[in-house]
Ligand binder design. Structure first.
Ligand code: GLY
Length: 327
């Protein structure tokens, strides 16, 4: 990112705990501690105090993240709202999909540990058309240009995880070379252009000649139901019921951590389902999604009742917050 001139947080990289701790003590908190590698969405600590940051450094070097904990990145803590831009590129043309806003923390009010994502909505109004244009010019195009400069031919999904600062600037928190989960669950139901036409154009290097993507003008809300205990330890193999009933109201239920055994549907992961509602307004989309969530039963089912608090009316939020969080 630095080489490409992409706006991002100030950072430093460490391979031993003593230097990492000295850096934290010199820079203070809040500060972000990241295991450098894949850690199932759990390798990031947004430390509010120096003590929390030091504990996260200890934890990272204790081996709990395997290879991902051999080195760490310590970053400036960016303030603002997060947004995800998933773009498709054939290495020349870059077509962003609808912007989405994920909710990374396990607890309501954006509290508690980071997760892979507890719910999402699209299109995220915080990413205005003007901001999306800026992201195209300042983030996506420079990223692909830098890859080309390094003789890397990149074709597929480029996912930019952004922090939208209070001043309306987009800074990159992370890139992923994959679709987002659960962002994709909220974006795909709104896509009218056949996905295979887009992917074929991408593979064939013909994205420039693909007509503009056709989107449903409405909104999509995705609420993740998790296993009790996630993102810590949780049970697997718990029988689930109610999915046909949940989908009967027009909701779409995406399976994440499930399996079928002896003709029974069982939980099989931390994040179990992505339950999506589609509506002309966010209130309608969330009403459909939460109504469907309530129809689904398994022991320990956990979900956040405040997904989309940024875009829902006070009445819509009150309706879900009045219900018990666990079934
Ligand atoms: N939802 C975050 C991710 O897919 O990385």
């Amino acid at each position: 990112m630095v080489d490409a001139g992409i706006p991002t947080a100030k950072y430093a990289q460490f391979s031993d705990a003593a230097s990492a701790k000295a850096y934290v003590e010199a820079n203070g908190a809040p500060i972000v501690i990241k295991a450098d590698g894949l850690a199932a969405g759990k390798g990031v600590t947004v430390a509010a105090t120096v003590g929390e940051a030091l504990a996260a450094i200890e934890a990272c070097f204790s081996g709990q993240f395997g290879d991902a904990g051999q080195t760490m990145v310590i970053e400036e803590c960016l303030m603002g709202q997060e947004a995800s831009i998933l773009a498709i590129t054939d290495g020349h043309t870059i077509r962003p999909l609808l912007p989405a806003q994920d909710h990374k923390r396990i607890g309501e009010g954006d509290t508690g540990e980071n997760t892979g994502g507890m719910g999402v909505y699209a299109p995220a109004p915080i990413v205005t058309p003007a901001l999306l244009e800026k992201v195209q010019k300042q983030v996506l195009e420079p990223a692909i240009a830098e890859l080309k400069r390094r003789n890397i031919s990149y074709c597929g999904i480029l996912y930019a995880g952004l922090m939208i600062t209070p001043a309306g600037e987009a800074k990159v928190i992370e890139f992923n070379c994959r679709f987002g989960d659960p962002e994709t669950q909220a974006i795909m139901p709104l896509l009218n252009t056949p996905l295979d036409a887009i992917l074929t154009a991408c593979i064939e290097g013909q994205l420039a000649s693909l007509p503009p993507l056709d989107w449903n003008p409405g909104t999509c809300a995705c609420v993740v139901t998790a296993s009790g205990g996630y993102p810590g330890s949780y049970k697997r193999g718990i029988e689930m019921t109610g999915i046909p009933e949940a989908e009967a109201n027009g909701a779409v239920v995406f399976h994440a951590g499930t399996q079928v055994k002896q003709a029974k549907l069982l939980t099989d992961g931390g994040r179990v389902l992505g339950v999506c509602g589609i509506g002309e307004t966010f209130d309608r989309a969330f009403a459909q999604s939460y109504a469907a969530v309530e129809k689904i039963n398994y022991e320990g089912k956990y979900y956040r009742r405040d997904i989309g608090y940024q875009v829902r009316s006070a009445q819509s939020l009150a309706e879900t917050l009045d219900k018990k969080p666990n079934s």
